[in-house]
Design a protein around this ligand. Structure first.
Ligand SMILES: *Cc1c(COP(=O)(O)O)cnc(C)c1O
Length: 391
């Protein structure tokens, strides 16, 4: 039978890789209701607690009464509203780039950018732990596709030395989504300039959360447009809304408007989402306490884990994974935590390499110290014994 779907589904079950959805019955936040039960959640990407902020919600409601609900058309037809345009201008100022272009989401931004910039004569070099959307984009572009070892600048350089491609694009996550560590962007930027390549960074997890003013890895490493020419940010994580943007030169943005198929052939995001994002952009710039709170919670968590003997990765971002190895163990730990009212996601292959299944704990400015204490208690009771059993 050519479409024996049940067989593939069963294989996925047998390997402990089957995925299923929970139903969230409350706004995103520290305390949520899932399938009728209350939980303390450490698994969303709402790093600044803006996904359910009253001012952001009010801006969206207000804009809906002005603009209606849908974008109604693509940007190039008649879907590019004043709200979209103003948000683009404000994001350009925020990132210190000449111009910004909005996309419907990060996945589409990555597909659009890489396939607009590269073709068969070109080469793309990607960190092997890059987000799926970047890897897919590289394949879609038709360029020679190479994956270099994680954060290994020497491995990348030896590949750059051997290429004769027309354009060379180095692509990396800014903050790695499943590991929480940062890309060595200063070194990557220097390397790109030496090899006449361009550097593209997807800062989905850094924007808003990282840098003194929330400017993400570009601000954190002090990289301007010349040193980091293609900067992608998403709006569904720390910004608490939805969508994504690309920031760079006038020529880059015009190229995307002309050639990025995921920009051209899709309806614009609802204008009210753009308005809501303008409000979250203002709040995240003004309210430094959100990033400070986040840093304090992360420091506290890491110190306590160390005392407990629980091994963490080298991450100082809101993403704090606990590597446990097998997919089954990760799921067992996640279930054990859920029984104690704590939601932490088990991340398994193919999202992460085999043998590195993990609990992906994420923190938000919406958490309080007492929430982290509850998490630590639950980890002590459930994860430590299970880890010892495995060891
Ligand atoms: C979440 C994420 C994306 C996708 O962004 P969406 O707006 O959710 O489609 C892209 N890249 C990275 C690194 C991400 O973590």
């Amino acid at each position: 039978m050519p479409f024996d779907l049940e067989k593939d589904l069963q294989a996925r079950r047998d390997n402990g890789l089957y995925r299923s959805r929970k139903t969230l019955e409350a706004p995103q936040g520290a305390e949520v209701v899932v399938d009728g039960k209350p939980y303390l959640a450490f698994c969303n990407n709402d790093y600044l607690g803006l996904a359910n902020h009253p001012e952001v919600s009010a801006a969206m409601a207000q804009a809906t009464s002005e603009y209606g609900t849908g974008g109604g058309a693509s940007h190039l037809v008649i879907g590019h509203s004043r709200a979209h345009h103003q948000l683009e201008e404000e994001l350009a100022e925020f990132t210190g780039r000449e111009r910004v272009l909005l996309f419907s989401n990060g996945y589409m931004a990555n597909l659009g950018v890489i396939s607009a910039l590269l073709g068969k004569e070109d080469a793309v070099f990607q960190d092997r732990l890059n987000h799926a959307s970047l890897l897919d984009a590289g394949l879609l572009s038709g360029a020679r596709f190479q994956r270099y070892l994680h954060n290994d600048v020497n491995n990348l350089e030896s590949r750059l030395n051997r290429t004769e491609a027309r354009r060379k694009l180095i692509v990396t996550d800014g903050v790695f989504s499943m590991d929480g560590d940062l890309a060595p962007l200063k070194e990557l930027s220097e390397l790109s300039l030496r090899h006449d390549a361009w550097l593209m960074v997807d800062d989905a997890h850094g924007f808003g959360a990282l840098g003194k003013k929330g400017g993400g890895v570009a601000e954190y490493f002090g990289l301007d447009q010349d040193h980091l020419p293609v900067l992608v940010g998403t709006l569904g994580k720390a910004f608490g809304t939805a969508g994504a943007f690309v920031a760079g030169s006038e020529a880059l943005i015009e190229t995307l408007i002309q050639f990025a198929r995921t920009y051209i052939y899709t309806t614009s995001m609802p204008p009210a989402v753009a308005e809501a994002t303008r409000t979250s952009l203002r709040i995240l710039q003004e309210e430094n306490w959100r990033r400070e709170r986040l840093d304090q919670l992360i420091d506290f968590f890491r110190k306590e884990c160390k005392q407990m003997g629980l091994e963490l990765m080298d991450s100082h971002s809101p993403i704090q994974p606990v590597i446990v190895g097998s997919a089954d163990t990760a799921v067992a730990m996640s279930n054990a935590l859920a029984e104690q009212g704590i939601l932490v996601t088990a991340i398994r292959p193919p999202t992460v390499p085999k043998g590195t299944s993990r609990l992906r704990i994420t923190f938000s400015a919406a958490h309080e110290q007492k929430h982290v204490e509850q998490l630590l208690d639950a980890l002590e009771r459930t994860v430590r014994p299970l880890q010892e059993e495995v060891a």
